[in-house]
Write a protein that binds this ligand. Structure first.
Ligand SMILES: Cc1cc2nc3c(=O)[nH]c(=O)nc-3n(C[C@H](O)[C@H](O)[C@H](O)COP(=O)(O)OP(=O)(O)OC[C@H]3O[C@@H](n4cnc5c(N)ncnc54)[C@H](O)[C@@H]3O)c2cc1C
Length: 415
């Protein structure tokens, strides 16, 4: 393949995990690769993902793994069949980075950071011959079909044999993925599903008192239950975080697609918190009914039911004052505290975005059917998944599929 393709040149636009993976398979395939990014450096969101302990993938069996992609399971499955979580881990190891499986089944780089991995990877890509062009903002195509870039030196154009677009989703615009590419593709008739926040927090509308007192406090070891529009019951245990306006954190992100859709359909989504998952309702009733003497209700709840701090704050915020005098009512709230979510937080604050280029516009190599030689990969495609390594896995594997697809296209034309 190398000889035949060495005269061909491919542009990869977007230097996140999807674009870098496309660049890697392209350079290995023997073509000339130019990688463009609007930002002064690549991989900014990837590095941000590494700040909170990056999950690169997940160790659970393939069936539950695939279920995380929900409605897009059928489109993601063939990508993961060729380069799935195990292959990704192997690839990370080949970069000299060890991984480990956390108690949750999530797979982390040994030091939980993204920077050493990115550094090693960029070194390998440069050595292999990938040309990096930073501060090159892609602005579409000119009338001759050349790629147009805005650069600090003025407009730059590039004629290439194929292009992989890996421009990211629509959240955290300050890291580069600002979604400004949407009209550039829409003008070409490529269907793009509007972005929505995914893995996002939600507004509750706290009182001024509660917000000022508890914003930033984690609510540890609770369970959340939610019944979705189809009547399915969801039950998860973990931690959530109180924010100035509502709630966020892993427990909430895991349900965020369902909660977002429920709010869109009905105007609100009600979740139920169990503040003491280890103790059943009769036990909590008995504990609270215990005479409290001269102790305050706060110290009574702390000593009898281990409810304190932000958990007490939540009860005070959400339970009618009269229920505090009734052990059965108060215990029922402790075991099933309704929390009404009224809006997802804005797209830019979300960990990831739903929406993007519709799979129906793409072939199995992720080439835009209506624009032969143009491929798309990563979060800019219309899929979503919870946090836990599923996002990066799909970005890596789709970048690889798009890069291999571009090689096949250059070698065999439209097949
Ligand atoms: C705080 C945070 C934590 C996260 N933690 C995890 C985690 O632990 N595990 C996980 O799986 N995922 C995590 N993610 C999500 C993950 O980082 C993203 O899904 C992933 O980076 C998307 O990869 P991508 O290559 O598709 O796009 P991006 O990484 O967004 O890269 C897109 C690139 O395209 C460039 N670009 C955009 N428009 C243009 C243009 N017009 N011209 C030129 N360049 C352009 C951007 O500058 C950017 O460099 C996290 C995200 C955030 C924000």
């Amino acid at each position: 393949m190398r000889n035949k393709l060495s005269a061909k040149s491919v542009a990869v636009i977007g230097g996140g995990p999807a674009g870098l993976m496309a660049a890697e398979v392209l350079i290995q395939g023997g073509v000339q690769v130019d990688l463009y990014d609007a930002m002064p450096s690549v991989g900014r969101k990837f590095l941000m993902a590494g700040k909170g302990g990056m999950n690169i993938t997940h160790s659970e069996p393939m069936d539950p793994f695939l279920s995380r992609y929900g409605a897009r399971r059928a489109q993601i499955k063939p990508l993961l069949d060729t380069f799935g979580p195990e292959a990704l881990r192997e690839w990370v190891h080949n970069l000299g980075i060890a991984t480990f499986v956390g108690t949750s089944g999530r797979v982390f780089p040994a030091d939980m950071k993204a920077a050493p991995l990115l550094r090693a990877w960029l070194h390998r890509l440069r050595e292999a011959g990938v040309n990096f062009h930073m501060r090159h903002r892609w602005c579409g195509w000119n009338e001759n079909g050349a790629l147009r870039f805005a650069t600090p030196q003025g407009e730059h154009t590039a004629n290439v044999d194929a292009v992989v677009l890996a421009l990211g989703g629509g959240s955290w615009a300050q890291l580069g993925s600002d979604g400004a590419w949407v009209p550039l593709l829409a003008q070409r008739g490529i269907p793009v599903v509007p972005f929505q926040p995914a893995n996002c927090g939600f507004d509750v509308g706290w009182s001024e008192y509660f917000s000022s007192r508890f914003a930033g406090h984690p609510v540890k070891a609770v369970t959340v239950t939610f019944t979705d529009a189809a009547g399915r019951f969801h039950h998860r245990q973990g931690d959530l975080m109180v924010t100035a306006t509502g709630v966020e954190g892993g427990l909430i992100y895991a349900l965020s697609a369902l909660l977002r859709d429920e709010i869109a359909a009905t105007g609100a989504a009600v979740i139920y918190l169990d503040l003491t998952p280890g103790k059943n309702l009769p036990r909590i009733i008995a504990e609270i009914a215990h005479p409290r003497g001269s102790r305050s209700m706060a110290s009574h709840l702390q000593s009898r039911a281990s409810i304190k701090g932000v958990k007490t704050g939540l009860l005070r915020e959400l339970v009618p004052p009269s229920d505090f005098a009734n052990p059965e009512h108060l215990a029922a709230s402790i075991k099933s505290l309704p929390l009404r979510l009224i809006a997802p937080r804005p797209l830019d604050e979300a960990i990831s975005s739903a929406g993007g280029v519709a799979f129906e516009a793409l072939d199995e190599c992720l080439m835009v059917r209506a624009m032969p030689g143009v491929f798309c990969a990563g979060e800019m495609l219309d899929w979503e998944a919870p946090t836990g390594g599923y996002l990066l896995t799909a970005c890596f594997t789709s970048g690889r599929t798009a890069g291999l697809g571009a090689l096949a296209h250059l070698e065999y034309g439209n097949i």
